[in-house]
Design a protein around this ligand. Structure first.
Ligand code: SAM
Length: 195
C-alpha cells in the first residue's frame, strides 16, 4: 500500500497498520527536506531559539524530531494512533526528558493551554481540502500573534496557490517561499506570519 485509500481517519489508520513507515520517510531526501524547514524557521525567528513548536500530521515523528533539535519543546499530533505509538517509541528518551511529545489528536479538534510559536503543516494540507474554514480557525486558535506557519506541498500549482492566497491577508502574511526537490518532485515551502 503506497497511499491511504482516502483521506478519512479510518483509511489513515489502516495505512499505518499496513507496515512501519508506510510513506517511506526515513530517507536522506526527506532529511534534506526537513533541513529546508529548519533553515526557514531559523531565518524568520530573528535568530531566537524557538520555544514551542507544533507539527501537525507528524506521522511517526521523524520530522518533529529534526525540528525539535532547534526548539525547547516540540509536539507532534496525528489522527493515526498507530503512527503516534511508533513516534512515542522512536523518540522515547526525548519524550521522557520532556523535550518532545506526541499525541493522537485530530487537528480540526485540537486546542492548547498555551499557544505555539511555530506551526508546521507539511504534506498535510490536502487532508483539509473541503474544511478550509475549520482549518483556518484552528491555526488562529493554536498560533500566537507574530508566530510562524510553515507549509509545504508537492508543487502542482493547483494546490498551493489558491490555498496560500486564501490565507494571506486575513490572518497571516507571507514572508517567504522556497522551491526544492525531494524524491525527484518539486516541492514548495511557504512561511507565513500571524498578524
Ligand atoms: C503525508 S503525511 C505528512 C507527514 C509529515 N507532516 C511530513 O511532512 O513528512 C500526512 C499526515 O497527516 C496525518 N493527518 C491527516 N489528517 C489529519 C488530521 N485531521 N489531524 C492530524 N493529522 C492528520 C496523516 O495521518 C499523516 O500521518
Amino acid at each position: 500500500m503506497s497511499h491511504p485509500r482516502d483521506n478519512s481517519p479510518e483509511a489513515l489508520e489502516e495505512f499505518f497498520q499496513s507496515g512501519q513507515d508506510p510513506y517511506k520517510y526515513q530517507t536522506k531526501d526527506h532529511e534534506k527536506r526537513a533541513e529546508t524547514y529548519v533553515q526557514l524557521i531559523a531565518q524568520h525567528s530573528g535568530g531566537e531559539f524557538v520555544d514551542r513548536l507544533l507539527d501537525v500530521g507528524c506521522s511517526e515523528g521523524y520530522l518533529t524530531h529534526i525540528l525539535s533539535e532547534s526548539t525547547n519543546f516540540a509536539i507532534g499530533i496525528d489522527v493515526s494512533e498507530t503512527a503516534i505509538k511508533r513516534a512515542l517509541k522512536n523518540y522515547e528518551d526525548l519524550v521522557d526528558r520532556g523535550e518532545m511529545d506526541f499525541k493522537c489528536i485530530n487537528f480540526l479538534k485540537a486546542g492548547a493551554r498555551k499557544k505555539f510559536d511555530v506551526l508546521v503543516m507539511t504534506g498535510v494540507m490536502p487532508f483539509f481540502v473541503d474544511k478550509w474554514d475549520d482549518c483556518l480557525k484552528r491555526i488562529d486558535k493554536l498560533l500566537r500573534k507574530g508566530g510562524l506557519l510553515v507549509m509545504s506541498f508537492v508543487s502542482t500549482g493547483c494546490m498551493t496557490d489558491p490555498w496560500i492566497s486564501k490565507l494571506e491577508g486575513k490572518l497571516l502574511e507571507r514572508v517567504d517561499s522556497r522551491e526544492f526537490t525531494c524524491n525527484s518532485l518539486t516541492h514548495r515551502a511557504h512561511v507565513l506570519r500571524k498578524k
